[in-house]
Design a protein around this ligand. Structure first.
Ligand SMILES: NC(=O)c1ccc[n+]([C@@H]2O[C@H](COP(=O)([O-])OP(=O)(O)OC[C@H]3O[C@@H](n4cnc5c(N)ncnc54)[C@H](OP(=O)(O)O)[C@@H]3O)[C@@H](O)[C@H]2O)c1
Length: 241
């Protein structure tokens, strides 16, 4: 298979790329950074998702005339954890550009391909449905991403789209959240207590689990929001590597 992974340089995206490479697939990565010493089967492109308008050309240049089978729209930023009234419009716009409008531009480019990829997985978050205090820009962006998947499902008649919440994953994003106060933002207590436990698996474990459930996502209507923890909980014996 040919697999696109955005944000393939770190965290969950890096682990998804490694998982599909290890299974013998060709992976096309798009991010600002670069994976050094990557195997030939990892083809890397560079783009800053904070400038979404340029992304269509970047993904076309990266993919050329290959047929893409599967796309993970994974790149994302957390933005400020803060009261919404203390969050500037500029900060919200930045998070929306990276987490939403970049994916809108990528979906436009993918829809224009013949054929479009059979499956597109937009990496979402439970934050997009919970509305907990302090998650302002990020929650707005993931809620909009969920609707983006639902709306674009109408425009991808031959593809399956899914907005997938991966559950807690031990990445740099969680390191940032660990430094924020659970006294100020009570929803963080659950995340803080999960750190270093099997409730927050490594990226490698989370990515392997996601890869194992991707074929089953097509059982949901295209455009659905699916939370891995609710629909496909990680078996206890797979939680620690
Ligand atoms: N970790 C969790 O517990 C968790 C939970 C729910 C959902 N998620 C979602 O999972 C996805 C991956 O998160 P993660 O935890 O793996 O985060 P991460 O470790 O911070 O990695 C983020 C990735 O996104 C890329 N990226 C960030 N800003 C970018 C930009 N402006 N342009 C292009 N690429 C950019 C980064 O690549 P470069 O820096 O090289 O550009 C990096 O590869 C995100 O969508 C996140 O919202 C994570």
């Amino acid at each position: 298979m040919n697999v696109l992974v955005t944000g393939h340089t770190r965290g969950l995206g890096r682990a998804l790329a490694d998982t599909y490479l290890a299974a013998g697939h060709r992976v096309f990565g798009l991010a600002r950074g670069h994976v050094d010493g990557a195997p030939a089967a990892l083809v890397q492109g560079h783009a800053d998702f904070a400038a979404p308008a340029a992304l269509g050309a970047a993904v076309d240049a990266l993919l050329g005339d290959i047929t893409l089978d599967l796309a993970f729209l994974n790149a994302g930023v957390l933005g400020p954890i803060a009261a919404l009234r203390e969050t500037s419009l500029d900060d919200i716009r930045h998070v929306m550009d990276v987490n939403v409008w970049a994916n809108k531009t990528l979906l436009d480019a993918l829809a224009a391909r013949a054929p479009a990829p059979a499956q597109v997985v937009l990496i979402s978050s439970g934050a997009g449905v919970r509305g907990n205090f302090g998650w302002g820009a990020y929650a707005l962006s993931k809620a909009t991403l969920n609707m983006l998947a639902q709306l674009y499902a109408h425009e991808f008649p031959h593809s399956h789209l899914c907005a997938l919440a991966p559950g807690l994953v031990a990445t740099a994003m969680q390191d940032t959240l660990a430094a924020k106060s659970a006294a100020t933002f009570p929803s963080l207590a659950r995340l803080h207590s999960a750190r270093g436990t099997s409730r927050m698996p490594t990226p490698a474990i989370a990515a392997a689990h996601i890869a194992s459930i991707v074929p089953r996502l097509v059982e949901h209507p295209s455009g659905s929001f699916v939370d891995v923890r609710e629909r496909y909980p990680l078996p206890d014996d797979e939680r620690s590597g």
